[in-house]
Design a protein around this ligand. Structure first.
Ligand SMILES: [Zn+2]
Length: 704
């Protein structure tokens, strides 16, 4: 007889490691509605119980209120998290469509739970009863605040309007991101004349030839072409830096900055609509602007406080950026370049690279052979062992993956040998099916399962570096190494948490503007002598990186540092003011406001075609709205945290290890269970200071 017992569909497993290969767009369409109706019924039951308790004025317990709510949320997070993850790393028209078809219902369910008066009252009761520990207090306070920001206090038509706006905003964000992806993939330039690839390093020519082969030019070679240029960062970034063909740089640059800005198919209408809806929602919640709503849940206290930090950085960076631009002009003039008198944005990367080579003789492409991915991983894992006392070992084959290039690792405590966590690493760029950029995401969150057994955290670590070509491993630029360290820092906070309550474990319940602390902290180690020289080995000869190259990397760290800081200030201020000052009635478009801000935050005016806002996915398709400043805010924290290691002496092994353990026991362990200011002080022994950031950015001398 055939058993009628069936395991649940892969998408609804709700626990454990996902079986990615078994999850199809059809399942998304079939099973997400099924999941939502099940959760709905359960939520109804919880509400009925809580309403009865309220009517009887019966005291409530954490286990009665918070645990069932967490289980509901976790089942949705698990399933929808897998769908969103696959949408990011295995995008296809079918999956994208299936994702879009369910998103409204997912948002609606979240709103329904987040706006439940019965739950809201139950949480308030729980809080007023007292007897909670500090972690529970923080979880509850954040939950109540989030419910208020989701409109739990609104009634009838007002709440309906609020919800309709939330739903529309979610759709707008997805459409915004898809338009950027399409615009990025929809543009290619086929180069056929060797003259058109003049100046390009061998690795880039090989990459462009590979792209041409993938697109059907089977005979394409690095030496003879054809070469296919695209707007994805691994091709576009280096092309702008190295191409000696100013005309082609201009074409590619203009295509890049005008992505998704077409009249009929661009993001302009979406931008105004998103800003308008957010503003309306803010007003409904009793706030003056969306920026105020955003800051209500951040470490920064007010818009003015953020403006003040950005102004400090702008003041320090602007004169330095001007000097840097002058130096590029002088460099172009020395080389007899016609554009010296009229440098354009598409010349900046190119001349910066020439100048970098001139000043430091550092060719960042030429360093790639010293950073093969396997060596870099060994270095990173060795550092984590040294600082935090953890062992990381490959466990490929022990978990299903979504692509053959994806690797799986396990993390153990070096002292006790106890397993702590695991992570996936998806390192390579896959234009067309994988979202650009790099990120860490949660696969499983540390918690206790229904039987009280610990669930160990599992992270997704996604990068977009150059894939291996033929027999050559993925050879990384130094920037790609920094990116990997950065994302791994997020991963460490997720994986090394000791908080048992999942609502505050790892990165959960950490304020947005503090969440980049561990990631940016890890980047600092790429400039540490022992760390870098320990891992930088030539992939063929095994030779260590020459000392002179390390010295150049150190020197190059602050090269163009004024421009880099100013660029971040420009983005952060644009974001902040769009969400605090712009209104549909203010008499200027978002683009006009951005250009106004550009007069004091750029040293080279944006060109007419520059429609950067149309691809500013962080704030229009991601979660950074009125929060882009967080990068700089957290950098103050991370630079200051690293300076604790500088103070004890980077060569002082015993002190470094002790400081590393303290970092693990505070920042990496406590997650969102304490206020970030308190966590920082428990590590550093004092409040954060911006001194280290300004020093590390090289803005001290000229900034005054
Ligand atoms: Zn980050």
């Amino acid at each position: 007889m055939t058993s009628t017992l069936q395991s649940p569909p892969a998408l609804l497993a709700g626990e454990g490691l996902p079986r990615f290969e078994a999850i199809t767009p059809d399942q998304v369409r079939a099973h997400i509605p099924e999941l939502l109706s099940g959760l709905q019924a359960e939520l109804d039951r919880v509400e009925t119980d809580l309403a009865a308790a309220a009517a009887a004025a019966r005291p409530l317990s954490w286990a009665e209120v918070m645990d069932p709510l967490h289980r509901l949320g976790e089942r949705l997070r698990w399933s929808w998290g897998v769908v969103s993850h696959l949408n990011g790393v295995c995008n296809s028209p079918e999956l994208r469509e299936a994702h879009a078809s369910q998103q409204a219902a997912v948002v609606a369910f979240g709103n329904r739970a987040g706006q439940s008066r019965v739950l809201f009252e139950a949480l308030r009761t729980l809080q007023s009863q007292g007897g909670l520990d500090a972690t529970q207090e923080r979880i509850l306070t954040a939950e109540l605040r989030d419910m208020e920001l989701r409109g739990v206090g609104l009634e009838g038509a007002a709440q309906e309007a609020f919800n309709a706006a939330s739903q529309e905003l979610a759709e707008l964000a997805t459409a915004f991101g898809n338009r950027v992806l399409d615009a990025t993939n929809g543009w290619t330039l086929k180069l056929t004349d060797p003259d058109e690839v003049e100046g390009l390093p061998e690795s880039l020519r090989e990459q462009l030839a590979q792209a041409a082969r993938d697109a059907g030019d089977g005979q394409a070679t690095a030496a003879a072409g054809p070469w296919l240029l695209g707007l994805d960062m691994p091709r576009f970034g280096p092309f702008l830096k190295y191409s000696r063909r100013r005309d082609l740089r201009e074409i590619a640059y203009k295509a890049h900055v005008s992505r998704a800005s077409g009249e009929s198919d661009g993001n302009w209408p979406a931008i105004e609509r998103i800003l308008t809806l957010r503003r309306q929602q803010a007003q409904q919640l009793g706030h003056g602007s969306w920026a105020e709503v955003s800051l209500a849940s951040k470490m920064a206290g007010s818009v003015a406080e953020v403006e003040a930090l950005l102004e400090d950085l702008r003041t320090a960076a602007y004169p330095v950026a001007l000097l840097e631009l002058e130096a590029l002009r002088a460099c172009a003039a020395r080389e007899g370049a016609a554009e010296a008198a009229d440098l354009k944005p598409w010349d900046v990367s190119f001349w910066a690279e020439v100048r970098r080579q001139e000043a430091f003789d550092l060719d960042s492409e030429a360093l790639r052979p010293w950073f093969p991915l396997p060596r870099v991983l060994d270095g990173l894992f060795g550092l984590c062992d040294r600082l935090f006392g953890i062992h990381i070992h490959p466990a490929d084959g022990e978990a299903p993956v979504w692509h053959p290039d994806v690797r799986f690792f396990r993390v153990d405590d070096a002292g006790s040998g106890e397993p702590l966590a695991a992570f996936y690493l998806d390192p390579y760029s896959r234009p067309g099916s994988k979202r650009g950029g790099a990120w860490m995401d949660e696969c499983l969150v540390r918690s206790l399962d229904a039987a009280g057994q610990p669930v160990l955290p599992v992270a997704y670590l996604i990068c977009n570096q150059s894939p291996p070509v033929g027999e050559t491993p993925s050879l990384m630029t130094f920037e790609e190494v920094e990116t990997l360290f950065h994302e791994f820092g997020h991963g460490l906070q997720h994986m090394l948490t000791t908080v048992e309550r999942p609502q505050a474990a790892g990165i959960n319940n950490v304020e947005w503007d503090a969440v980049e602390l561990p990631s940016q902290f890890m980047e600092n180690w790429c400039y540490d002598h022992a760390t870098l020289m320990g891992m930088a080995r030539h992939w063929q000869s095994g030779e260590p990186l020459p000392e002179v190259e390390f010295a150049k990397l150190q020197a190059a760290r602050t090269f163009m540092g004024g421009a880099a800081t100013l660029r971040q200030v420009h983005f952060a201020l644009t974001d902040l003011r769009l969400h605090s000052q712009w209104t549909p009635e203010c008499g200027r478009t978002p683009e006009q406001l951005r250009r106004e801000i550009a007069t004091t935050t750029t040293v080279l005016e944006p060109i007419e075609e520059d429609a950067f806002l149309c691809s500013f996915g962080h704030i229009f398709a991601g979660g950074y709205s009125a929060g882009y400043y967080s990068y700089k805010w957290a950098e103050v924290l991370s630079a200051d945290a690293f300076s604790a290691f500088e103070e004890v002496g980077l060569e002082n092994e015993a002190a470094i290890q002790a400081t590393g353990r303290r970092f693990r026991e505070t920042v990496l362990s406590l997650g969102g269970s304490r206020h970030p200011g308190e966590v920082f002080e428990s590590f550093r022994g004092r409040a954060p200071s911006p001194e280290a950031l300004i020093r590390h950015s090289g803005l001290v001398a000229a900034g005054g």
